[in-house]
Design a protein around this ligand. Structure first.
Ligand SMILES: *Cc1c(COP(=O)(O)O)cnc(C)c1O
Length: 246
């Protein structure tokens, strides 16, 4: 009886792994198709697997299938996965994509390669001060509150250029671009309008002399619209890992 239970568990786990890898492949295929449809080079679009609330086992399974970029929102949970995976999957590149509180900046500066959610100068300054000079500069996207929603993080569009300039001057940060989480919509025209306004803001800031090579935009529900409007990093959770239960 015991033995049978064990086999059942093993098979159950195998099934979960197979599903996970099938979902990853299907998201990769969606990216390729959208790139072809909208005249983009698929090589210019990186897939960030958003692993918040997911297990270390699932992260490791995806990493061994070649997935390199993982995104986390909650620091404590992220640190556990980062520490546990560092020996087993050293090529994972960790991206912090959640709200950044000032008492968390030191850990974020020490453990991540990227932060997508910088929306205040004070946070950027702390991240730069606390980034070890022995590490490469921390890659940063400025998060923009593209729909001016009260409850959402992100700098107002009108303030984005000034914050970008200030971030670009900080010694241990590397300004890479802009990130947004638009108000959810199932209408691809509205999705595209939101992403287009982030792209136009990026273009306007580049005209002021800054180098921005990244647009971090597009989630499970609006991946295609984001690619149509120029996304270079898409952040996908649900469509890789399945629905979140917590
Ligand atoms: C959770 C999350 C995602 C992924 O969203 P899905 O809809 O699950 O693909 C992307 N970006 C941010 C900032 C998130 O918090």
């Amino acid at each position: 009886m015991r033995l049978l239970d064990g086999i059942g568990k093993f098979e159950h786990r195998q099934l979960i792994l197979k599903t996970l890898l099938r979902r990853l492949a299907s998201v990769q295929e969606r990216i390729r198709q959208a790139a072809a449809e909208y005249g983009r080079d698929a090589q210019q679009i990186r897939l960030l697997a958003v692993s918040k609330t997911r297990t270390l086992e699932d992260v490791l399974a995806l990493a061994s299938a070649g997935q390199q970029l993982f995104g986390e929102n909650y620091l404590q949970e992220a640190l556990q996965k980062i520490n546990a995976s560092s020996a087993l999957a050293p090529s994972i590149e960790w991206h912090f994509i959640g709200p950044v509180q000032s008492n968390k900046t030191r850990s974020i500066a020490e453990h991540f390669a990227w932060v997508h959610s910088v929306d205040r100068l004070r946070i950027a300054q702390r991240l730069s001060e606390q980034r070890s000079p022995h590490l490469p500069p921390l890659n940063v996207c400025v998060q923009v509150n593209i729909n001016d929603e009260d409850a959402k993080g992100g700098v107002a569009p009108a303030q984005a250029a000034d914050l970008c300039k200030a971030v670009a001057d900080l010694p241990h940060l590397c300004l890479r671009g802009l990130m947004a989480i638009p108000a959810p919509s199932d209408d691809i025209h509205i999705q595209r309008e939101n992403f287009r306004s982030l792209r136009e803001l990026r273009d306007a800031i580049m005209q002021q002399g800054l180098e921005l090579d990244t647009l971090s935009m597009g989630m499970s529900n609006d991946l295609e619209a984001a690619i149509a409007e120029g996304a270079t990093i898409v952040r996908i959770g649900t469509d890789i890992f399945g629905p979140r239960i917590i």
